[in-house]
Structures are given as structure tokens and as C-alpha cells.
Design a protein. Sequence first.
Length: 465
Amino acid sequence: MQKTFIGPHLRRLRLERGQTQGAMARALGISAPYVNLLENNERSVSVTVLLRLFETYGVDWRDIAEDDGAAKLSDLRAAMQDPIFAGGRPDLTQLRAAQVHSPDLVAAFLALHRAYQATTDQLLSLAEGEVPQLAASPESAVHNVFRRNRNHFRELEDAAAAFWNGTPPERDEVYVAMKARLRDRDGVRVRLGPVEELPDALRSYDEGKREILLSEALDHPNRVFQLVHMAGLLELRALLDTLITRSGISDPRGVARLRVELANYFAAAVLMPYESFLAQARATKYDFDHIATRFGVSFEQACHRATTLQRDGAQGVPFFFLRIDKGGNVTKRFNATGFHLAEYGGACPRLDVHTSFRMPGRIVPQFVEMPDRSQFFVISRTVDRPTWARHAQDNRLAVAMGCPIEHAPEIGYAETLKLTDARMTPIGINCRICPRSNCDQRAHHAAILSQPIDERRRGVTRYDG
């Protein structure tokens, strides 16, 4: 039998049983210093000790003596060849020491490096125009479901069209009509509560009491929207379950997130019926302020609805929707175009959606060009969310709506710009995967740029040498 080292296995076995080296030594009939030498791979294990391990702990010697050390060491050496470790790679002696003394740490490191490689591959695929199939978060899983359905769900549109049984109430009476419907049909009471009763929420549903509590911080359009949303959750449970099953999402967090977004879709379809909304959009050349006023909804809700106009034979302009906070983080996204939206972190800083914070409430138009030369017309505007307390800072977000440039003549906001002499702003998805090395707004060295900076030259940023 060749020399066999079982140090990490022996140590793990001892710790699992809560023993000291002395206690294990007594159980095996050997000395404590010998156990220490075995654990540190300074002695090979004998057949006699292997048999005692089997007799004492019921461990198959083939499991504990299985030599995967060489393979692990090879994996470790290969991982250390990654360019991210170029600054100071540990030598072979250090790698062997890590494997002997910290085998669990080595295993965790290798798992982390594999995850890093997989994520990098997904980012590269996204930069090339592919949507990653493995979602790393509930939000990205839900986004992929909407993207696969072209941001349009026929079953929800049909349910919304049948919601009022052909006799919808007047728009200024929808709130009262929804309270009556929830009470009479669903057995649910609606109550408007003070901010103190809902200090950190806008709406709460108590299933036991059969009561929906709305915060007084909500404005009228959002109170109506929340009630229609709740009607969708209560009355369309079977349909929502079917759509969720069809989506392939099984993670509980993803299922819950998808259910909420589908109910949001339904509420928008009820309040902004497809045919009349499309007709208004075309008549006003997508004047979202006008449309929001006509349907009694918010600017953001009207923008959401515009991204869903993808019914075969009655399609609107294909839009993408992007919402960011004051830190530049993407907080919501929908897409019916070929535009590749940022999945994590922030959007491209050259998008004027960031500039719109300087001009609250004003539409900011822009022509942009992606690294693949695709061009889009984008409008941006701030939207305000409810605030609860006098001392709280304003809750202001910004939204961007964009469409392929060939649709710009259909958008009224583009009339002030000359399409034939349009000045394109070069943008990317975000800095980590944008190939524009000479961008004056670059905040990170892109994962897909392997060219080192030139120390003899200072570019427009410290990432451009």
C-alpha cells in the first residue's frame, strides 16, 4: 500500500464528534502527538490505524483514505493563474500548506472562484446581446419571464377587459367602486389609516380580519391602483398560479416577486384598457403626462403600461423602462426592445436619466448609441414617491423610457430634436461590462477589458492609460 495521508479528513472526523486530539488518541490506542502528526500530514496513516478508525467510528477506510488532494491542489493552482491574482500569487508551498491546514477554506475559495467565472461568462453573454438563463436574484428571474413574454400577457389582458363586465365606472368613481367590489364580492373591507398606523408601509392586507389598510400617505391614483392590485391577487389566484407555474420559477422569493408583478400588470390593464390606451398614445404621440391625466394614473404607471403594448396586430411603440434612485441604482426595469438594461448596480452614467435629478419634473430627451451601434431615443423624468414624515428626505426617483431610433418620429418629445442631425451619446450597459475604454465617465475597469493601462500616458480617467 502506498503512503496515504488523511490529515484534513481525520481532523474533520474529530471535530464532527467534538473530540480533542487526546480523546481521539485514546479511542484509537495511539498517542496524541501521533494524531497531531497525522492531522498535519506529517505522517502517513498505517493500515492498522485505518482499521481502528473503521472499528471505532464506523468510517469506511476507502472514504477517509480517498486521495483527492492532488486534484484539489491542481484546481487551486489553476485558479491562482487568473489575472486577478497577478499582483501576488502564493507559491506552491503556501498552497500546499493552505490545503493541509485549511481544507474547508480552500474548498470555499474554489467554489467562490467558480461562481466568479460563471458570473463573468454571464456578463459577457449579456454584453453580446444574450439574456443569461441562470438568474441570480428574484428580480432578474422575473425580468427574464417578462422579457420572454415580450412584456405582454394575453390572459391578464383578457381578465382585465372582463373585470367590469362591460360597464366600467366613471374614472372619478373608480375608488368608490373598488371599495364596494372588494366588500360585496370578496368580503374585504377597505380602510384608510393614518401614517402612524402604517409607519413603514403604504398598504397592508390582514387576511384574518379581511381588511385592506391603505396609508393616507398614498395619493388618489395610487390608492386606486393598490385596490385593483389587491383585487387581482384575491380574484385571479388560479390564473396567477398558472402563469407562475408556466414561468419555471420555483424559488419562493422569485414566486412571490412574480406574483406581485403580475398583479401590478393586471391593475395597469384594468385602469388603462388596451385599445383606448393605445389610441390615446398614438393620438398624443406618447405624451405621458397627458395620458396619465386622461386615465387618472401616475406618470410612472402610464410609462409602465406603454411597455406592454405588444399585442399581435395592435402593437404600440416598443419601449424599455428603467427606474433609478438618487444613488444611480437600477430599482425597476421592463423591456420590449433590443436595448440591454443593467441587471445589477447602476445604469450608464452617460444616460441623462441621471441628469434629470437636476431638473425635477422636466422631460429630458436624448439620442444614445450602444457599443453594438444600435441607436435609441430616450426620455427621462423624475417621479416623486410618498413620504411619511416631515424630517424624512424627499423620496425622488427618475425613470427613463426608450425606443429604437426608427420609432422616434412617433414620439412627440423627439420633435424638438433633429433626427437627421442627431447627436448620439455613446453609452453602455454599465461600467463593469462596457468596452468603451476611453469613456470620461468610467467608474470601473471593465471585466471584458484585459489591456493594461499605459503608465506613460494619462487618459481621461485613471482607467484609460
